[in-house]
Design a binder for this molecule. Structure first.
Ligand SMILES: NC(=O)c1ccc[n+]([C@@H]2O[C@H](COP(=O)([O-])OP(=O)(O)OC[C@H]3O[C@@H](n4cnc5c(N)ncnc54)[C@H](OP(=O)(O)O)[C@@H]3O)[C@@H](O)[C@H]2O)c1
Length: 329
């Protein structure tokens, strides 16, 4: 199947979207071979490689113009594992496939147990450290403790420079933002941001986005939990702040809602082949969203998720239809 826009046009359009055009045309097309992913139930990862010559859709980080692929990876729980092959083999496959499928952003936190170390170990062991965009967080109080924790994170992730350092759940955010502004000037982090995963904190984080204009803001948003649509997403767009979306599957709960339910036929109009892609394309198609970070340790799910970064996206009417369909399930 061939689509009408070239990759360059798609990237340009999406970059403009993230830079602030609320009225962008919603119908994006990605030139791509018709190459369904062969998913092997036994997780034989050689069959998971998608034979595509095209790149994943990208959005621009407003503060720099850097283009980043729209689907990334979360690591809470999934990467908090021991050092046995049994624990780590699926994660090696996940990381290799992610690079293969064009994903880049991986999100962690000192709150996620061994996750930062496991990411550092595996990306370095696989020789893939330079293929990822490393995002992690500071989650403590006080300037000195914050500095020590951030240095520790860089050591664990085996990076001299962390791409994105975020203040986790706004803990002592005023202190850490001061440090991070200085660190950005010194080149110790490339970007800084703030996070939450609670609707009840959206108003507060919106005020901080407007007043502090961080490079990134990360918050929860899904087809089920749409509070961010009230004003937070638009505020981020207007403030020139890139948006990472966490809990896009409402921690996996969305899959229970659609258990034994068929995708609507019209989902194919947006190149949607699974419920996962239905949920992720709903998010990615919002013009304020820079990257969505579903968590998984399952190679098959990873490929499914990355697939949402390719092909057509719904326009505004399509998004409405998707939300109404979900609401009636
Ligand atoms: N305040 C914060 O900063 C904050 C808070 C929460 C989360 N986060 C970040 O956001 C990331 C994502 O959130 P989350 O992991 O809590 O929730 P989520 O991404 O909404 O859901 C993860 C769940 O969905 C399942 N899943 C993933 N892909 C799937 C697919 N294609 N098909 C079926 N099931 C699938 C995963 O199971 P499998 O492993 O079996 O695939 C897991 O149970 C976190 O990992 C973390 O990095 C940040």
């Amino acid at each position: 199947m061939k689509y009408s826009k070239t990759r360059r046009e798609v990237i340009k359009t999406m970059g403009i979207a993230a830079m602030g055009a609320m009225t962008l045309p919603f119908s994006y097309f990605c030139k791509r071979e018709d190459n369904d992913i062969k998913i092997n139930e036994n997780l034989n990862t050689t069959n998971l490689k998608k034979d595509t010559k095209d790149e994943m859709l990208k959005r621009a980080v407003p503060s720099s113009g850097e283009l980043i692929p729209v689907v990334g990876l979360g690591s809470w729980q999934q990467f908090d594992v021991g050092s046995s092959d049994n624990d780590r083999e699926p994660l090696r496959a996940v990381l290799k496939l992610m690079v293969d499928q064009g994903g880049k952003v991986i999100d962690s936190s000192p709150m996620y147990g061994r996750s930062e170390s496991v990411i550092g170990d595996l990306t370095s062991e696989l020789g893939l450290s330079d293929k990822f965009f490393f995002a992690t967080k500071v989650w403590t109080r006080g300037r000195e403790d914050g500095i020590s924790q951030m240095e520790d994170s860089a050591r664990k992730m085996k990076r001299d420079v962390i791409d994105l350092m975020q203040v986790h759940n706004l803990v002592d955010w005023e202190t850490h933002l001061q440090t991070l502004r200085a660190w950005k000037k010194e080149g110790r982090v490339r970007y800084f941001g703030i996070t939450t995963s609670q609707d009840s904190v959206h108003d507060e984080i919106e005020e901080i986005v407007k007043s502090e204009k961080p490079d990134f803001v990360q918050f929860n948003y899904s087809i089920k939990e749409r509070n961010a649509e009230k004003s937070l997403l638009k505020a981020a767009l207007d403030s020139g702040t890139a948006v990472l979306i966490n809990e896009p599957y409402d921690k996996g709960n969305l899959f229970s809602d659609v258990k034994d339910k068929k995708l609507p036929e019209w989902a194919a109009e947006y190149d949607i082949k699974s419920w996962g892609q239905f949920f992720l394309k709903y998010i990615i198609s919002h013009p304020a969203v820079t990257c969505v970070i579903p968590g998984t340790s399952n190679p098959k799910h990873l490929v499914d998720n990355m697939g949402a970064g390719y092909g057509k996206l719904p326009d505004e009417n399509g998004r409405k239809k998707m939300a109404e369909f979900y609401d009636k399930l």
